[in-house]
Design a protein around this ligand. Structure first.
Ligand code: SF4
Length: 575
């Protein structure tokens, strides 16, 4: 259509330039349209979108994840080529084809199967017909010890999930007849496989030092500078990310609880500001946390700024609206992942981050940046309050935990409390036969022994090596240097359970008699030690027993956190 006459349009007004809420919608519409047309074309031409080892997720039509079933997955590719063993690749593809999992579940299964494949190839077990129960256990072990590229252990939750996904794929493979060529005992023998986890290993030692938080604050201008995003300007995004960081830092709420704050989330009750938030993890809504005036003013300042933004209806109730148009009201706020990404980028931009430890040249060593993530600020909040002497029940309330046990996992143990705990527990140490073998004091406990998986070890060369050089391959149950105490009871019992499972497996695969008798003897020895310790604990007056149990928990937490021992230098070998 042709225009006539004079045009007085001088281009978009500054406001119109700043907010263009339709662009994202239009882009999304055309992307979906293109994908639908491609999918229709492929189905008319009888093309199997699941053939081959590389699948286009958008074309195979898998959902993005369980919480967003209405959102189709995007342009990502799934590459089954990472699974080295051909037969295992076919089994996981068959599982994906038959069960049509969410994209997230498929990625998890692919990781699990890749680890399994690598462990079998590494052990020279590439022939599927020769696989048995022992190989399945080997795979489960590899998944239970799954580590990141930097060598750190994945969380117990992640490792359990990997084991679960692998068993799910194999169970399906068996039922669907995809594993006819694979040895029949290569399958899950139990409903649930145990992943060994040190108590609190996921929780302890994550608090960031206050000096480091102050350092982050000094560089807050570097947070969130990623430029324009959706309908928000770069400045708006910066303001939003900085407000989210300050609120997590000051309130110790989970990142998910902060990004999902609603408008009007600050209330004044009896002259005190309270933050109203939803504890979605425990499904406890509209919780109230007293906050300082400064924290309240961070919320209110952002709320004022947000009032000037032109928002789509789906974002209208959220304090931190998503810069991208969302299809569903319940996720109209910015996502945790988006904030975590911005946080990680920020930490990477800070030129120098020093730790409190000094290097050999007397200068501070660099702080491991991988340990700086938003959730660590929740741990710092707990540690700050614990250091200030806030009692555990009050702190549990502030953290919104129903159990003080959970709260205990959020802060570390002071040296003084550790010494007191050792005094309680060390006096109840036994030897490998369950006979009393107490440590004289805390220094003897730390100086003359080292923690090995199921108790203390007093063998001098192993103590000097920090526990990593047992001369007889950790056969502690039959070793004269073994000195467990009640703080090792959970680890001992869990080990006995694993040994029993191994014994079952060994019987199922017809292992040699000496294997069965070794396992049986080890189970008997460890069970005897555990029973002796239980009976000694039972004999204590209830009050003392509670103290020992509390001290044991403390020591387990200190061990899990791998705190610096009481004795800085390893002692010399006895002459
Ligand atoms: S087997 Fe003996 S020497 Fe080895 S770690 Fe256990 S207690 Fe120490």
């Amino acid at each position: 259509m042709e225009h006539s006459g004079n045009c007085t349009n001088q281009g978009p007004s500054p406001t119109a330039r700043r907010v263009d809420p339709y662009n994202a919608d239009i882009r999304w519409f055309f992307t979906s349209l293109r994908r639908d047309v491609e999918r229709a074309w492929l189905s008319c031409s009888d093309t199997d979108t699941m053939a081959g080892d590389v699948w286009s997720v958008g074309l195979v039509g898998l959902g993005a994840n369980a919480s967003r079933p209405w959102t189709p997955a995007s342009d990502a590719m799934i590459d089954f080529g990472v699974v080295g063993l051909f037969w295992l690749r076919q089994v996981v593809k068959g599982w994906a084809r038959d069960t049509r999992p969410y994209l997230q579940d498929l990625r998890q299964a692919l990781v699990a199967v890749r680890v399994a494949s690598a462990s079998l190839i590494g052990a020279g077990r590439e022939d599927p017909a020769g696989l048995g129960a022992g190989d399945f256990t080997r795979v489960l072990d590899a998944l239970s010890r799954h580590r990141r590229v930097d060598g750190s252990l994945y969380s117990a939750g992640h490792r359990r999930l990997m084991v679960y996904r692998f068993c799910e794929v194999i169970d399906h493979g068996r039922e669907a007849g995809l594993m006819a060529s694979v040895g029949e005992f290569f399958r899950p023998l139990r409903r649930r496989h145990h992943v060994e986890v040190d108590p609190n290993e996921d929780e302890v030692g994550k608090a960031l030092p206050e000096a480091l938080i102050a350092h982050l604050d000094d560089h807050i201008d570097l947070l969130g500078g990623g430029g324009r995003s959706g309908w928000m300007t770069g400045d708006d995004v910066v303001g939003m990310h900085q407000a989210i960081y300050r609120i997590i830092r000051d309130t110790g709420r989970r990142p998910g609880e902060v990004v999902s704050l609603k408008l009007g989330c600050v209330e004044v009750i009896h002259g005190v500001h309270n933050l109203v938030y939803d504890n979605n993890k425990a499904a406890r809504l509209r919780r109230r946390l007293p906050v300082t005036t400064e924290t309240a003013s961070v919320v209110l300042a952002w709320q004022d700024r947000r009032a000037g933004l032109h928002l789509p209806p789906s974002a209208s109730k959220w304090l931190f609206p998503s810069p991208q148009q969302r299809a569903h009201q319940s996720i109209g706020h910015i996502g945790v992942t988006a904030f975590q990404r911005a946080f990680r980028t920020w930490v990477g931009r800070i030129p120098v981050i020093e730790s409190e430890l000094l290097g050999p040249d007397g200068r501070p060593l660099p702080f491991d940046r991988a340990l700086i993530f938003p959730y660590a600020l929740r741990h710092s909040y707990a540690q700050r309050h614990a250091d200030a002497g806030v009692t555990i029940d009050v702190l549990a309330d502030l953290m919104d935990h129903t159990s003080v046990q959970t709260t205990r996992g959020y802060y570390s143990v002071s040296l003084k409390r550790k010494v007191a705990a050792i005094a309680k527990v060390g006096s109840l140490a036994v030897d490998a036969c369950g006979r009393p073998a107490p440590f004289a004091d805390a220094t003897a406990y730390e100086r003359a022994s080292v923690s090995v998986p199921f108790g203390n070890c007093t063998e001098a060369s192993n103590v000097r090596a920090g526990g990593g050089h047992c001369p007889i391959r950790f056969q502690c149950a039959g070793c004269g240097f073994y000195r467990p105490d009640p703080s090792y009871l959970p680890a001992l019992e869990s080990h006995v359970a694993s040994l029993r499972a191994d014994l079952e497996t060994a019987r199922a695969i017809g292992a040699a008699a000496y294997v069965l008798s070794n396992l049986t003897a080890e189970i008997d020895a460890f069970s005897k030690v555990a029973a002796k310790m239980h009976s000694r604990l039972k004999a204590l007056p209830p009050e003392e027993r509670t103290e020992v149990e509390e001290a044991s928990r403390l020591l387990r937490r200190a061990r899990a956190a791998r705190r610096i021992p009481l004795v800085a230098d390893p002692p010399d070998a006895p002459g």
